[in-house]
Design a binder for this molecule. Structure first.
Ligand code: FAD
Length: 491
């Protein structure tokens, strides 16, 4: 029975385990996770009737990967869609007040977000020439400035990047972070035209399949929070998960016949497990050093953050480790505050607001959690959560709880006109939260993949490479599971 070790029990690692078990039930799978619980960034906590998402707040149905995972786990009936208001009403906090994001071209024309010149530059985007030399990588702000003008870049591109990556639009690679945009420029000659064509094609495809016309993209969660997804995965693959085990290094194991060993295997010293030379032969197997006991495996999937992968790979391939170590992460603090409804000057029916990072506010944005999903706050209360820090204000995420709580409350007072003090507070810090696909990311990932190909049986995945959204992680999980299945089959 081939033996596969998955390092990291976040959404990606658990998805690999679940899909691999589906494809090849005979493979022995072990997921190693250092924390006392699996789920990685995904964690829902209940405190006095306030239901707090410590990491992601929901997932989008832009790709079918998470909806399919939810369906295959038998959890579709428990899904809840984000409220209609949260889909339509999104705000920016700019020049001292909340401003509703326009929902379409007419709204944009009549909104005061852009000057007449800014509007002209944005609306003439379809007639702007495509880039002649498309080979050089552009940052998000370079790309949007070139296509739609500096104002659109400073407001909308910054807001987009703040809301998704909490990153720097001048550093993030547009091709890595938003691959559809340069593709649209190449194929349709314009982003606006590209979006229109994509919408038309989605409708035509649905009609040709005899399906109802697709609605707008939506965000989803569960009434009990995203924890339901983690618990569902654990109900299916939990017997493979070993918590409290940190992997320290992975090396080639000498000797071919490692697979018949039971899962938790030889103790160091009981047999010679010294590494063999790099790339030394297909299916030699791996030796995995952990902070508890050593393990061996025919295939190893690293689904932990890139900086951990770098540390783990140092002995196996220093160049590969260096490349993985070069992927930067930002720092984020999630600050959830609960208020009495009577202390709020208005109860928003919307998603929340973003303060573009160039405005340098203490909160990058605020999600009105109890207006997005049901059961986030007890009756008569609201729950709002701010994301603080990011690439440009990293120091904010390090402020002590009282300073941070007060700063976020001050932002809520200013933006939302809240009068009373918060009745509930929960702060969660993510010292290395979201990987940043900075300029050079695509080239870095190609080099990583070329090197990984020299180590048969080694697979690198997680949110550091091909997308940070939950949908990307579930998609990568499926893809990698198929590759691992093929590898074990080939042996
Ligand atoms: C604050 C925040 C808000 C977010 N909001 C959203 C959102 O609303 N929607 C959305 O789609 N996405 C969101 N994301 C992104 C999304 O949550 C992540 O990209 C995704 O959950 C990452 O999953 P993963 O399994 O790749 O990595 P992780 O969740 O980081 O899991 C990696 C696992 O590896 C483990 N590990 C680390 N070191 C080792 C080691 N040495 N040995 C073994 N295991 C190890 C870790 O403990 C962890 O459990 C958000 C992320 C954050 C931080």
């Amino acid at each position: 029975m081939p033996n596969v070790v998955i390092v990291g029990g976040g959404l990606t690692g658990l998805s690999v385990a679940f899909r691999l078990k589906q494809i090849r039930p005979t493979v022995s799978i072990t997921v190693l996770e250092p924390r006392d619980r699996a789920g990685g960034n995904i964690r829902t906590e209940d405190h006095d009737g306030f239901r707090v998402e410590c990491g992601p707040n929901g997932f989008l149905d832009r790709t079918p990967s998470v909806p399919n995972l939810v369906r295959d786990l038998g959890l579709s009936g428990r899904l809840v869609a984000a409220s209609e208001g949260s889909r339509k009403n999104r705000y920016l906090f700019l020049r001292g007040k909340l401003r509703k994001m326009p929902s379409g071209p007419f709204g944009l024309l009549t909104s005061g977000l852009l000057s007449p010149r800014g509007k002209w530059q944005l609306f003439t985007e379809p007639w702007r020439k495509r880039r002649v030399d498309a080979s050089a990588e552009e940052s998000i702000s370079q790309f949007v400035t070139r296509r739609a003008g500096k104002e659109a870049a400073d407001i909308f591109a910054d807001a987009l990047v703040t809301g998704i990556h909490a990153g720097d639009p001048a550093k993030l690679s547009v091709a890595a972070a938003f691959p559809r945009l340069p593709l649209m420029e190449r194929e349709a000659g314009s982003i606006i035209r590209g979006f229109m064509r994509a919408a038309k094609k989605r409708k035509q495809d649905a009609m040709s399949r005899g399906e109802p016309l697709p609605g707008p993209m939506r965000m989803w969660s569960f009434r009990e929070g995203l924890q339901v997804l983690v618990d569902g995965l654990l109900a299916s693959v939990g017997d493979c998960v070993r918590t409290g085990v940190r992997v320290k290094s992975v090396r080639r194991a000498r000797g071919r016949n490692l697979t018949p060993q039971p899962p938790s295997l030889e103790r160091k010293g009981e047999q010679d497990l010294s590494p063999s030379p790099l790339g030394g032969g297909v299916g030699e197997g791996f030796f995995i050093d952990t902070d508890t006991e050593p393990l061996t495996a025919d295939a190893v999937v690293l689904a932990c953050p890139a900086y951990e992968q770098a540390a783990i790979l140092g002995d196996l391939d220093a160049k590969l480790a260096d490349l993985a170590a070069g992927i930067a992460y930002n720092r984020i603090a999630v600050v959830a505050l609960g208020y009495r409804q009577t202390d709020c000057s208005w109860t928003p029916d919307g998603f929340g607001y973003i303060a573009p990072q160039n405005t340098r506010r203490d909160a990058l944005g605020v999600q009105w959690c109890s207006a997005i999903f049901p059961d986030r706050a007890p009756p008569g209360y609201v729950l709002w959560r701010a994301l603080c820090g990011g690439v440009n204000r990293a120091e904010v995420a390090d402020w002590d709880d009282d300073t941070l709580g007060k700063a976020v409350h001050a932002e809520m007072k200013l933006a939302m006109g809240v009068r009373g003090e918060p009745v509930f507070r929960k702060i969660v810090r993510w010292p290395r939260a979201i990987p940043q696909y900075n300029l050079g990311h695509i080239d870095r990932v190609s080099q990583i993949e070329a090197l990984v190909a020299m180590h048969p049986g080694l697979f690198l995945t997680g949110n550091a490479y091909h997308g940070i959204a939950m949908g990307d992680c579930a998609e990568q999980g499926e893809l990698v599971a198929a590759r691992v299945a093929a590898f074990t089959e080939s042996r």
